[in-house]
Design a protein around this ligand. Structure first.
Ligand code: GDP
Ligand code: MN
Length: 397
């Protein structure tokens, strides 16, 4: 599950990580009163208005703007709220902005120049360890830094059993070229950030930029956070942070009815029982020249109601040109599934406007095939895996 910047910052602050403070607003009026409230607590007159969407690169798309007075807070919020924000990380259509974060301006001039760093804590699946990735080149895409100046990116592996060691936090601060008060502040920042990552059961905390202010405070100006869905049961309070508006609507609907659905870009919808068979089916579709439009595991009970719901979900995708149903009848009987498909097809009527290829294998597969062959519907039955692939190829041609 991904979080908004303001939500990520709230978690960071609760672990003692220094943050750029702010308040979230959904109307320009709320933004103005948020700015007034912030001025009272922080004393700063300037504010940054930041679009809250689940995508980075907002600054480049015009979703992060500096407001020098309350009038500007109002006009800029008015402009950003409701806009379709396009960034290098969104689709071409962009994402609609429903809320903005009104934040204190932390780039105030002072004794020295503010300096931006990059820092993330993530799971390194290759080594099975947690990793801090950091760089002196903050504020820009880390992908660009990796391409052009890879020697300016450092990594520190952390054994999850031992946790972050004090010498490792010092090494990070040292490699970032800090000394004195800023060095100490950075070791505290890194330690608190790592604690937040572990405590929240996150798989990513990306802070770009981490800012050294002109008076040597180290703070998180941005926060991109991904929580591990498999650990959400340990954090009941995080469920409220989910923003369904940011998630794929078909995936949300599938989850609500207990189906395991992942939206993909291809043209062949698939409905399979079992995650492993679903993966193999996606490979099969690729081999036969198609592209899977989704991953869908209907689970062990492929009854008529479930099959019908699954068809409805798959058909919401206008790119779907054919549907491949691949069911192994181990626990379920193939003839039951076949009857379910026939019933669902009849119920859905005109909604089904693409050919369906059904491969049923296992208990009563022969009875199932006869049932489908005699149904008179635009459904092609197959028993062998390759035969199903061949039929997909034929209907796509
Ligand atoms: P992103 O574009 O989605 O990564 O959003 P960020 O939160 O990283 O903001 C984009 C950029 O806006 C940052 O890299 C900063 O350069 C700038 N920015 C953020 N906060 C402030 C601020 O308080 N004052 C000023 N002057 N610039 C800021
Ligand atoms: Mn950023």
């Amino acid at each position: 599950m991904n979080l908004h910047e303001y939500q990520g910052k709230e978690i960071l602050a609760s672990y003692g990580v220094g943050i750029q403070r702010g308040l979230v607003a959904t109307t320009p009026e709320e933004a103005v009163s948020a700015a007034q409230q912030l001025t009272e607590t922080t004393g700063t007159g300037w504010h940054v208005i930041k679009a809250q969407i689940h995508a980075g690169g907002r600054g480049k798309g015009g979703g992060v703007k500096l407001a020098k007075n309350l009038d500007e807070v109002k006009t800029i919020s008015d402009q950003i709220l409701g806009m379709q924000l396009i960034t290098p990380q969104t689709s071409a259509a962009g994402k609609k902005v429903h809320q903005v974060l009104v934040a204190e301006d932390v780039y105030y001039p002072g004794a020295s120049e503010p300096k931006e760093f990059y820092m993330s804590v993530l799971l390194n699946r290759a080594t099975g360890q947690n990793m801090i990735m950091y760089s002196t080149e903050g504020g820009m895409d880390i992908e660009t830094v990796a391409e052009q100046t890879p020697h300016l990116i450092f990594t520190e592996e952390i054994d999850p059993g031992l946790g972050l060691q004090a010498f490792q936090a010092r090494k990070v601060a040292f490699n970032l070229g800090l000394s004195g008060a800023a060095f100490k502040e950075m070791t505290r920042f890194v330690t608190a950030l790592y604690n937040a990552y572990v405590g929240a059961d996150a798989s990513l905390f990306e802070i770009n930029p981490v800012l050294k202010t002109s008076d040597d405070k180290i703070i998180a100006v941005d926060a991109k956070v991904t929580l591990d869905d498999n650990a959400l049961f340990r954090h009941k309070d995080y469920e409220a942070l989910r923003d369904l508006k940011e998630e794929n609507p078909v995936e949300v609907e599938a989850k609500a009815v207990g189906l395991n659905y992942v939206d993909l870009d291809g043209n062949v919808g698939c409905m399979v029982n079992g995650a492993g068979l679903a993966m193999a089916t996606m490979d099969l579709i690729k081999q036969s020249g198609g592209d899977p439009a989704n991953f869908l595991d209907v689970g062990g009970t492929a009854d008529a109601a479930r099959v019908e719901t699954a068809f409805r979900l798959i058909l919401k995708d206008p790119k779907v040109k054919a549907i491949l149903v691949n069911i192994f009848g181990g626990i379920v009987r193939c003839d039951r599934v076949a009857q379910g498909i026939v019933d669902a097809y009849k119920n859905l009527g005109d909604a089904i406007n693409v050919p369906i290829i059904v491969r049923l294998q296992g208990t009563n597969a022969d009875v199932a095939k006869t049932l489908i062959d005699n149904s008179g519907l635009n459904v092609l039955a197959a028993t062998a895996f390759e035969e199903a692939a061949q039929k997909v190829q034929e209907v796509l041609a």
